[in-house]
Design a protein around this ligand. Structure first.
Ligand code: NAP
Length: 284
């Protein structure tokens, strides 16, 4: 049976993709810097060992442009037949934005290869609110971002993983295809935070801040300047409105509607994602 190398296997999508493939009884090689199979984008010497015997790869790209070209060449040489790449929603509309050069470079490498490839272009994940960037500010009581009236068609990572697992397990019809993955409707960040607050039973605030103030706040929090630039550039791109539309990729692959943001907020709230931190002893 063919083995799928799952990169980013401890991350939001990779660990869910790996679990789905295992549940289907398919062999999985889970790889990342801290996974059973170690894989580091900055250490090409270890790539061939991770690729040995694999016939398909779920590819979560590195955060810098470039390495995927060499990785794809190594994958071809190792006998890999299929690549499923995670990219970003509407990547072909990002134009001169400095955002997402990593994902665009990875797309170029994968789409230019002789392998069977499929690109999954996902909108902002629902799970950014409880597993990533937006989580800590919400637990502290509110979110301040350079995003206003332009809505975002947030997608549930469970849907991204369902699509990736379906494409990897039943590849017929997906070779050479780009699937745009969004949720069923676009929400502003203020609407998303309001839904989360209601589901969590806490008053949570949302404030729109200027992009340069947001970037400066990230750097004050200790962010690397390049990472702060990258995230800020994403919001500047989103404000152009080109990413705001929904797409039918989830339904096209899975034959059902994508999960709603409300469904996500209920599940995460029930799991305690946004409980406020307990007050220190003696201050109650
Ligand atoms: N967040 C969103 O809304 C969104 C939307 C669309 C597309 N994307 C794209 O999705 C990708 C991130 O995917 P994700 O959210 O599933 O992952 P994630 O939760 O951000 O986790 C990153 C994964 O990559 C691994 N990793 C980090 N540095 C690595 C390195 N140097 N070499 C090898 N592996 C490394 C990490 O594991 P170790 O620490 O063990 O190495 C982890 O498994 C990015 O390319 C992002 O642009 C994100």
């Amino acid at each position: 049976m063919s083995t799928t190398l799952v990169l980013g296997a401890t991350g939001k999508t990779g660990r869910r993709v790996a679990a789905r493939l295992r549940l289907r009884g398919l062999p999985v090689r889970a790889a990342s810097r801290s996974s059973p199979t170690t894989f580091d984008w900055s250490d090409p010497a270890g790539w061939d060992r991770a690729l040995r015997g694999a016939t398909a790869v779920y590819l979560v790209p590195p955060t810098v442009p470039g390495p995927v070209h060499e990785f794809v060449a190594r994958a071809e040489a190792a006998g890999v037949r299929r690549l499923v790449l995670l990219s970003g929603h509407a990547a072909d509309t990002w134009g001169d934005s400095p955002f997402g050069r990593d994902m665009r470079s990875a797309e170029e490498a994968v789409r230019g290869s002789a392998l069977e490839w499929t690109v999954l272009r996902a909108a902002n994940f629902d799970q950014n609110f409880d597993e990533d960037l937006f989580h800590a500010p919400l637990v502290a009581g509110g979110l301040a971002l350079p995003a206003g009236a332009v809505p975002e068609p947030f997608v549930d990572v469970e849907d991204v993983a369902d699509v990736a697992a379906a494409v990897l397990a039943e590849p017929a019809g997906h070779a050479g295809r780009v699937h745009e993955l969004t949720g069923p409707r676009a929400l502003t960040f203020a609407e998303a935070v309001d839904l989360i607050g209601r589901a969590a039973g806490r008053p949570l605030t949302y404030e729109q801040v200027p992009a340069d103030a947001y970037r400066a706040a990230l750097v004050r929090e200790g962010w690397d300047a390049g990472d702060a630039d990258h995230v800020t550039a994403m919001f500047v791109l989103m404000e152009r409105g080109v990413l705001a539309g929904t797409a039918d990729g989830v339904a096209a692959v899975l034959g059902r509607a994508p999960r709603t943001f409300e469904d996500y907020a209920l599940r995460a709230a029930a799991a305690g994602a946004w409980r406020s931190a307990p007050l220190p002893e003696g201050t109650r």
